[in-house]
Write a protein that binds this ligand. Structure first.
Ligand SMILES: Nc1nc2c(ncn2[C@@H]2O[C@H](COP(=O)(O)OP(=O)(O)OP(=O)(O)O)[C@@H](O)[C@H]2O)c(=O)[nH]1
Ligand SMILES: [Mg+2]
Ligand SMILES: [Zn+2]
Length: 360
């Protein structure tokens, strides 16, 4: 496999020149599980460790390597390399890890994947289906510079009329986003899905546990490569079968990343993403009387008026308000920030302990 087959291009090559010497080796991070990395380049596939210096200099989780990253490495033996530098990312998918009602220590930023071209946001048509959840994923994608595409999976479970109704709903709420209908049981929609996947581009599969992310990737791979798991008949939810983030290489040259199902989608630093995503609302808001209008109670608010006149979808408006509120929550005060820094300090200490046996 060449570096290009792994997604390498001129942008990364320019960065490599800036960040490292001419003979420096690059590789792409292809998997990550509990701080264990694997990287791949034109020479092979290796276990990878990060350097003590890198850990020392890391100011946030985002400084650590993630699946999809291009990194500068040196080889320590046949099977192992050391990661020295993470090249700047072209795009990033990240979220708050944990529950916003818990302590800030739990609310670390979690990188899902980087250098992604398209995010497939997957829901199954049965119990998991929820328009607001789609919106959260889109905000994550768009704030990170990634184009989202919807996959509605398990269409074998519903009648055609029911599916048509869902699709109509999706088109109404998200007119700019493509919808692909699939079933891994009936093998429906897989050819359509394949047309979205082009060589040397990277695709990330996002969605709750049990929606069929790994099943879809297995179909694309043409073999049962990844373990999949039954959905609990009791809760109707998935059982978190996939536990690592892992990159796969399709025969047609496309690069796909499987992910553990996300429990609840948190919101992280998405003010920009929210505004980009809610383009329609932003446009309407330009007519509001006050420039700092919150679009809730102010006189002369065009957004509220648009909802009243049914020109703006009410659900979309309400979800906009919810996301705004959550974003504000995550725009932390100084005290909260200090608390978070302390939590990060602990994390560093633990990481250093974990790596202390490493001779670097
Ligand atoms: N009826 C139906 N079931 C499906 C379909 N695709 C996947 N499933 C089933 O849904 C269950 C969960 O599938 P997975 O592929 O493991 O789901 P996942 O999204 O990877 O889940 P996590 O790894 O836990 O995040 C399995 O029992 C699959 O057989 C489909 O198109 N139709
Ligand atoms: Mg899975
Ligand atoms: Zn307003």
């Amino acid at each position: 496999m060449t570096l290009e087959d792994l997604g390498y291009n001129n942008i990364f090559e320019e960065q490599r020149k800036q960040y490292a010497s001419d003979d420096a080796l690059v590789a792409r991070v292809i998997s990550e599980s509990k701080g264990e990395y694997r990287v791949k380049n034109d020479q092979g596939e290796y276990r990878a460790k990060i350097t003590g210096k890198q850990m020392f200099e890391a100011v946030s989780r985002e400084d650590y390597p993630a699946v999809g990253d291009w990194v500068i490495i040196t080889q320590s033996d046949d099977e192992q390399v050391v990661i020295h530098t993470v090249l700047p990312r072209v795009s990033i998918l990240k979220r708050i890890h944990g529950d916003k009602n818990r302590s800030s220590e739990k609310n670390d930023v979690q990188i899902i994947a980087t250098n992604i071209d398209t995010a497939f946001v997957i829901e199954s048509v049965d119990r998991d289906y929820n328009l607001n959840r789609f919106e959260r994923y889109f905000a994550i994608a768009q704030s990170g510079g990634v184009k989202p595409v919807i996959i509605l999976n398990k269409i074998d479970l519903l009648l055609k009329e029911e599916i048509d109704a869902r699709v109509a709903q999706l088109h109404k709420r998200f007119p700019a986003i493509d919808v692909i209908l699939t079933s891994t049981i009936d093998e429906e929609g897989l050819d359509t899905l394949r047309t979205y996947i082009v060589p040397k581009k990277t695709y990330c599969f996002l969605g709750s546990s049990g929606v069929g992310k790994s099943s879809l990737i297995n179909k694309l791979l043409g073999e049962e490569h990844i373990k999949t798991g039954a959905v609990s008949s009791y809760s109707g939810r998935g059982k978190h079968t996939t536990t690592t983030r892992q990159m796969y290489f399709l025969e047609n040259g496309g690069i796909v990343i499987d992910n553990p199902g996300i429990r609840e989608v948190g919101v992280v630093d998405m003010s920009e993403g929210i505004d980009v995503f809610f383009d329609e609302i932003r446009a309407i808001a330009e007519g509001c009387r006050y420039t700092d209008c919150t679009h809730t109670h102010e006189p002369g608010c065009k957004v509220v008026e648009a909802v009243r006149l049914h020109e703006l979808d009410k659900e979309k408006y309400l979800n906009y308000l919810t996301l705004k509120k959550e974003t504000q929550y995550h725009t932390m005060s100084d005290i909260q920030k200090r608390e978070k820094d302390r939590a990060f300090g602990k994390f560093i200490k633990k990481a250093k302990k974990d790596f202390k046996n490493l001779d670097i």
